[in-house]
Design a protein around this ligand. Structure first.
Ligand SMILES: [Cu+2]
Length: 441
């Protein structure tokens, strides 16, 4: 039986001649192979053709949960992209929307995906009310394409379209963001991932499911609809791909698949220790640099600092619904959990009775902890979300913010949300029996 590496080597020669045909056919039709790759991913196929079998190289496309990949077309061997910087009405989670700034109708911008060696031409149209620029964060390129307004180019004025063009001479997990009025433009959501696949992937580079998640943080005053760009410390909306739990899409994986998760952090101030339950993973890349296997750290929490990326990899060998979240507890709350007075341990019975005479709806909150707050149907300011998350299979999931779920299932044929994990009988934590409790003493 031949292994995958041999199969790749063996089929490379046969497919090399096909490559030229495909390239000319695609160039003629203006088509590109991205849709095909997406179909492969949707079908959950895990075969890997050699890089040379397609004009752009072959790769398992990155999945941006709650997001999208920027389309491109091939023109004379150059991959042509078009980013449009514009205002976007964005929903963070059901109940909370804001007027943000993003790209191509999205917050954050769509993921740019290409292959090492590609020549890319990226048009940037500015539909914002102020100038902007795009910096290609982590890329090694000629200085004049670096996108720093004032330093390496003139800022792109409202209404203008600029052209960036460079060759990708590296692979890895990178990002893009403006370098003009960064504080405002990034606080309002302008950022995206820029993924470059290796042209000739080594066995270690090949995974079955490849996810990209941008971490960020926002200040949105309850009842208002514009993120506050001047906030320095008190962020109340914490997001993965600009969505707060329960608005985050789960990461769906078939048992046994090799998984990569690329984390980027372009939030204004905070680093995020991202923790995965039930697994150990390898930190496969820090920033733009993939790490050799011998120097990769095996851990269960990875710190994703501001202004860089971290890539983790593991084999999904344990089925279940596994929490994947920032471990800063304040980053696991939604908007209304912030600024709540500390009432833990306070006997507020008399207070509530007195207050009810004045305010019939009054309710003292948080006297036995904050977990109860998700059960309350409190009246909320318009356009705001309660502190905590959503319904789970066993009750309320007391988390919001920077939280999502890795859903690993046997024998999946579709990567749609498979619903909640069905635990094998007798495998869920349950109340101890009287006899068991008696034996404790
Ligand atoms: Cu965090």
């Amino acid at each position: 039986m031949i292994n995958r590496r041999e199969m790749i080597a063996g089929s490379a020669a046969a497919l090399a001649s096909l490559s030229a045909m495909i390239q000319s056919a695609k160039a003629a039709s203006g088509d590109h192979d991205h849709a095909g790759s997406e179909l492969d991913a949707a079908a959950g196929r895990t075969h890997h053709e050699p890089a040379s079998s397609r004009p752009s190289g072959n790769y398992v496309p990155v999945i941006t949960p709650n997001g999208a990949t920027l389309p491109w077309k091939l023109e004379d061997g150059v991959k042509v992209f078009h980013l449009i910087a514009e205002e976007v009405d964005h929903e963070f989670v059901s109940g909370l929307r804001a007027r943000c700034w993003g790209y191509n109708g999205r917050v954050h911008g769509p993921t740019i995906e290409a292959v090492e060696g590609d020549r890319v031409r990226i048009f940037v149209t500015n539909k914002l009310p102020e100038p902007t620029s795009v910096h290609w964060h982590g890329l090694r390129l000629i200085n004049g394409m670096d996108g720093v307004a004032g330093l390496t180019q003139r800022a792109i004025a409202p209404g203008e379209t600029y052209k960036y063009e460079f060759t990708l001479n590296q692979h890895g997990t990178h990002m893009y963001h403006p370098h003009f009025d960064e504080m405002t433009q990034m606080a309002l959501g302008m950022m995206g991932m820029f993924i470059i696949h290796p042209r000739e992937p080594a066995e270690d580079d090949i995974v079955d499911r490849d996810f990209a998640i941008m971490l960020s943080e926002w200040r949105i005053e309850p009842g208002t609809s514009r993120p506050v760009p001047t906030e320095m410390t008190d962020f109340n909306v914490l997001t993965m791909n600009a969505r707060a739990y329960p608005g985050t899409e789960p990461l769906v994986v078939r048992t046994g698949q090799r998984v990569r998760i690329r984390l980027g952090n372009l939030g204004p101030m905070d680093h995020h220790p991202i923790h995965l339950h039930g697994y150990e993973f390898r930190i496969a890349a820090t920033g733009a640099s993939p790490l050799r296997r011998e120097i990769q750290t095996v851990t269960d929490t990875v710190l994703a600092p501001v202004g860089t990326t971290r890539t983790i990899e593991f084999t999904a060998d344990a089925p279940g619904d596994w929490a994947f979240h920032c471990h800063m507890t304040h980053h696991l709350m939604n908007q209304m959990g912030h600024d709540v007075p500390n009432m833990i341990g306070v006997d507020a019975h008399g207070l509530s009775q007195k207050m009810n005479k004045l305010l019939p709806d009054y309710m003292t909150m948080g006297t036995t902890g904050m977990g109860e707050m998700s059960h309350m149907h409190m009246s909320m300011p318009e356009n705001s979300v309660p502190m905590l998350g959503g319904k789970g299979p066993f009750g309320v999931i007391d988390m919001g913010g920077m939280f999502t779920i890795l859903k690993v299932r046997d024998g999946l044929t579709s990567f749609d949300d498979p619903g909640w994990y069905e635990h094998p009988k007798g495998s869920v934590a349950s109340p101890a029996t009287k006899e068991e409790i008696a034996r404790l003493t």
